[in-house]
Design a protein around this ligand. Structure first.
Ligand SMILES: Nc1nc2c(ncn2[C@@H]2O[C@H](COP(=O)(O)O)[C@@H](O)[C@H]2O)c(=O)[nH]1
Ligand SMILES: [Mn+2]
Ligand SMILES: [Mn+2]
Length: 481
C-alpha cells in the first residue's frame, strides 16, 4: 500500500487531509476492503493534486471506481468557483461526454434463444461500426457538422433518427448551449465528419442484456424495468472529434498557464481561469464535443432499433425499444450547489463520474421526479451492470455525483497476459454471452477480470448514501471496438 496519510470518516468515507499546497482535503468513497487496491495506485495522489487547483471548493472527491487518469483520476469530481476557479481539460478527459444510454424493450430474456442472440449481435455489429478510427455509419459535410455541434441529439432526431421521447430522458435533453464551432480546430472538424454513429474501441461497447434482479420495485417499475426485460446499453463518447478538442486545449493551456501564475504539482493538470480567453475557448469547444457525443449515441440508438427489427423480424411496436435514460460521465458543467451553507453556481468537473440527482430536483425528467435520476453503471461484459438513482445526500456531499462503472483493475497489457491462450469468446459463449469484437486483442484486453467487481463499487456508493440500487442487468451479447 502506498504511504498515504488517510483518516477514516466512517465505513464508506476516507479523508486525505490537506498537506502542502492543497486548498481543500480529498475525500475518497470506498469500503475498507477496497482500500488496499485503491491505495496501491497513484490515483489517490492525483485526487490530492487536484486539490491544489485555484478556486476548488469543498473537496476533491474520489469515487470507489477511482483509477489513474490523465492529470485528474478517473472517478474524480471537483467543482470550481466560476470567478476565481479554473477549467481543466484533464478534469473532463480525452473522451468528452463519454456516457451511457440504457434502452429497454418489450421483449423478455426467454424471447432471445441462442440463435436469435447471435443474429442480433451480428446485425448490431454490421450497423454500428466499431474499432479505433471506426467510421462510415454516416458522413456529413462541414456545414452539417456545425449543426451537429450546436444541436446534439436533437440534430439526429430531426434527421429521422429517434423521437422527442428519447430527448426527454437524456441529460440536458441531449443538447448543451454555448457550443461554438469556431472555437474548434480544422483538424477536430475533419475528424468529426465520418464518425457519427460509431462506437470506438476498447472499453466502448454496445450490449444486449436483461434485467436479472430488481432491487427497488417502485423505481424499477417507473423505469419500465421488470425481471427478464431485454435491455441494450450503449457506451461511447465524442470519438476523434472530442479527443482533438481536448488535445488542442491542453496544448493551448500548457502555453498560457505561466501568464496566469498558476503553479501545479503535475503538468497534466493544465488549466486556465474560467473567465480567461483560453478557458472560454475550451468551454465553447468542449460543448461542441458534448453535443457531438449526444448525436453519436442517438444515431447508434436508432441503428440499434433497426438491428432489432432486421435480426428478429419485429416491428418497432413489437420490440418497443425505448430510452430509459442517457447520462454523461466525462463532462464539465455549471450547476447550482450548496457550498459553505449557501447556494452558488460552480463548474463541476466529472471525469469517470456520473450525475446523480435526487427525486424532486428540477432537472430530473417528469417521469422520474418521484424516484430520482437514473444512474447507469456498467460493470463488464461477463458479469453484470447496475441501474441506480441519485439521492439528496449526493446533492449535499458530492455535487450530485456518484461512480460511473467498475473501473479497471488491470492494465491492458496485464489483461492480455491474464487472458494468455484462453479463448475468451468461447468462454463467454459457454455462459450464453455472444461477443463480437473488431479485434481479438480488444476482447482479451476487456476480459471481465480486467475490471473490479462492480457490485463492490455499488455497495460503496449505496453505503455512503450517494445513490441507491434499482436493478441489476446481465449480458446476453456484446459488440466491442
Ligand atoms: N456491461 C459492460 N460494462 C463494461 C464493458 N466494458 C467496460 N465496461 C464498464 O464500463 C465502464 C466505463 O468506464 P470508462 O471509464 O471506460 O468509460 C468501465 O469502468 C467498466 O466497468 C462491457 O463490455 N460491458
Ligand atoms: Mn469513452
Ligand atoms: Mn466512458
Amino acid at each position: 500500500m502506498a504511504d498515504y496519510d488517510i483518516e477514516k470518516i466512517d465505513d464508506f468515507r476516507w479523508r486525505l487531509p490537506k498537506t502542502g499546497g492543497m486548498r481543500v482535503p480529498a475525500i475518497l468513497y470506498a469500503t475498507e476492503d477496497m482500500l488496499p487496491d485503491i491505495l496501491s495506485d497513484d490515483a489517490p495522489q492525483q485526487a490530492k493534486n487536484v486539490a491544489h487547483l485555484p478556486g476548488i471548493v469543498k473537496a476533491s472527491l474520489a469515487m470507489p471506481d477511482i483509477h489513474w487518469g490523465y492529470g485528474f483520476p478517473i472517478g474524480g469530481v471537483a467543482a470550481f468557483d466560476p470567478d476565481d476557479g479554473v477549467i481543466s481539460p484533464g478534469g473532463v478527459g480525452y473522451d468528452i461526454n463519454c456516457g451511457v444510454r440504457l434502452m429497454a424493450s418489450k421483449l423478455t430474456v426467454d424471447d432471445l434463444d441462442r440463435r436469435s442472440r447471435e443474429r442480433l449481435v451480428d446485425h448490431l455489429f454490421r450497423r454500428v461500426p466499431t474499432g479505433v478510427g471506426s467510421s462510415g455509419a454516416m458522413r456529413v459535410d462541414d456545414a452539417e457538422l456545425q449543426r451537429v455541434l450546436q444541436r446534439g441529439a436533437e440534430w439526429a432526431v430531426n434527421d429521422g433518427k429517434g423521437s422527442q421521447a428519447d430527448l426527454d430522458v437524456i441529460e440536458e435533453h441531449g443538447r448543451v448551449g454555448g457550443a461554438d464551432p469556431d472555437a474548434v480546430s480544422g483538424r477536430a472538424r475533419e475528424r468529426g465528419l465520418d464518425q457519427i454513429g460509431t462506437l470506438g474501441s476498447g472499453n466502448h461497447f454496445l450490449e444486449v442484456g436483461y434485467v436479472s434482479e430488481i432491487l427497488d420495485e417502485r423505481a424499477a417499475r417507473v423505469m419500465g424495468l421488470n425481471k427478464g426485460t431485454v435491455t441494450a446499453i450503449i457506451h461511447s463518447g465524442s470519438r476523434g472529434f472530442g479527443y482533438q478538442v481536448c488535445d488542442d486545449a491542453l496544448s493551448d493551456m500548457d502555453k498560457a498557464m505561466k501568464k496566469y501564475g498558476i503553479e501545479l504539482p503535475d503538468r497534466q493538470l493544465a488549466c486556465t481561469p474560467i473567465p480567461s480567453p483560453e478557458g472560454q475557448k475550451y468551454l465553447a469547444g468542449m460543448r461542441c464535443a458534448i453535443n457531438y457525443a449526444f448525436a453519436n449515441r442517438q444515431v447508434m440508438a436508432h441503428n440499434t432499433r433497426l438491428a432489432f427489427e432486421d435480426a428478429l423480424d419485429l416491428s418497432p411496436r413489437e420490440h418497443g425499444l425505448f430510452t430509459v435514460y442517457e447520462v454523461a460521465h466525462n463532462i464539465a458543467k455549471f450547476e447550482k450547489h450548496t457550498v459553505n451553507g449557501s447556494k452558488q453556481e460552480v463548474c463541476v468537473h466529472r471525469k469517470g463520474a456520473t450525475r446523480a440527482l435526487p427525486a424532486g430536483h428540477p432537472l430530473v425528467p417528469g417521469r422520474y421526479q418521484k424516484v430520482g435520476q437514473p444512474v447507469l453503471i456498467p460493470g463488464d461484459m461477463g458479469r453484470y451492470s447496475y441501474v441506480l438513482v441519485g439521492t439528496d445526500r449526493a446533492m449535499e456531499e458530492t455535487f450530485g455525483s456518484t461512480c460511473h462503472g467498475a473501473g479497471r483493475q488491470m492494465s491492458r497489457r496485464k489483461a492480455r497476459k491474464t487472458a494468455g491462450h484462453r479463448n475468451i469468446t468461447a468462454e463467454l459463449a459457454n455462459e450464453g454471452i455472444v461477443v463480437r469484437g473488431q479485434s481479438d486483442r480488444t476482447v482479451r484486453e476487456e476480459i471481465p477480470e480486467a475490471y473490479k467487481d462492480v457490485t463492490d463499487v455499488v455497495k460503496a456508493v449505496e453505503g455512503a448514501g450517494i445513490s441507491k440500487a434499482v436493478a441489476q442487468l446481465r449480458p446476453l451479447g456484446v459488440i466491442k471496438g
